[in-house]
Design a protein around this ligand. Sequence first.
Ligand code: NAD
Length: 509
Amino acid sequence: MNAIYKNLQGQQITTAKLLINGEFVESKTQQWQDIINPATQEVIGQVPMATTDEVNAAIASAQAAFATWRQTPVQARMRIMLKLQDLIRQNAKSIAQVLTAEQGKTLADAEGDIQRGLEVVEHACSVGTLQMGEYLDGVARGVDTYTLQQPLGVCAGITPFNFPAMIPLWMFPMAIVCGNTFVLKPSEQDPLSTMLLVELAIEAGVPAGVLNVVHGGKEVVDLLCTHQDIKAISFVGSTAVGTHVYNLAGQHGKRVQAMMGAKNHAVIMPDANKEQTLNALVGAAFGAAGQRCMALSVAIMVGETKHWVNELVEKTKTLKVNAGHEADADLGPVISPRAKQRVLDLIQSGVDEGAELLLDGRDVQVVGYEQGNFVGPTIFNQATTNMRIYNEEIFGPVLAIIHVDTLAEAVALINANPFGNGVGLFTQSGAIARQFQEVIDIGQVGINIPIPVPTPFFSFTGSRGSKLGDLGPYGKQAVQFYTQTKTITSRWFEEQAPSTGVNTTISLR
Ligand code: NAD
């Protein structure tokens, strides 16, 4: 473990390896892409665009390993997860260093990224009770019915840049602990911290072929989506790519789940705890430079809370923009110069379309990191639903504020938005909260919680335009996603039992 970490400490360029049949190997491809520190533009590594032969070899190794892995007792599979969670805990700080170097988020947030994934590994340690089937005796005379939750075979995961620890850990631990084998395709923008976690999985005892890794972009993804031996695909990323993956893999008969883009709102009621609410809004809008699928991008101020806007701006001004490795950083850079340009263009569109720019992060200067892709916290007041800053996922530190008079108006506005990932309500009233949770058409609701990402005992349940497929990653839904329910109806005859006669009807008797 930790060659990548040591290389980074020694400022050496490292290459992301493929993992095929238990071996970490250098790709033979001619196509490589730089992995760039977004705070400095330093090249810290290179990632290969794996060849078709390499992707096929990874899938073949997973297919071969499935035959024995599916027969491995569940306790043995869980013990590997127990070991893995321990190794991740021991190595979290050094993985966080690599994660910050390649992704840009602050060290504290990088540790949070690892911690939220680690919790899924912990949950995978108890898959025995989650994967149990059901049994009902006596569904007819002498007839019992029971179910098995059987692994599917080779599954694949395709992950985005914004959570290079948590999201791979949403996928492969639950998939393999259920008895599947797996091919992971990490984000090509920041695959190194993901690879450290994969190294730990091998160190924890995941057998050769059970977990494989290929790197690349569209070509590799399309190959995974169309390969006959892959049974299920878990995708997390943008709406455009998620829709493509869902359609392509679906056309090729695969089970698919696609967690996609978002536009998350918070509704602020006049009876909310003002100080706590403003703190929550600032953290959720600008943490991780707004590059979270559950980031807060629209604050709907109801009634008198319109007078809280100035205080919100003043609080936001206290945030420090800096390289993620610096101790005082509250938010780091966005992932790439291209991503930064996109955010800047969207800010300009807000100005052009008439929103009131209360805080402008476009010209932020970070001393010592002049080349970084920094955008400072940006706040628009008086945004309207026809503006691009309202309709497009910005994925940067930009908050749009909309004012309404009533909760009903806020609910109507949110329910008319195509996305359905997350929403927050800020109130001290249980009655208002209960009413809101009933009528709001969003898959994950926070009540005085701005980023309501469920813990792994539950599942990630984004909805509508933020998700395709019925089942979410991790939790009970992941067990359903990664297994096929087989229902067995059985009858055993006692030696001397009288003949039941010929039954030409559908009913059991
Ligand atoms: P992305 O869609 O650009 O990339 C995701 C994955 O798809 C990567 O592995 C990438 O290599 C691959 N890919 C990129 N272009 C492709 C193409 N044309 N064809 C096939 N595969 C392709 O997403 P990103 O920029 O890495 O991540 C940010 C996005 O992910 C945001 O939209 C964010 O909301 C979303 N996201 C959603 C969730 C969720 O749970 N809903 C969680 C995290 C991120």
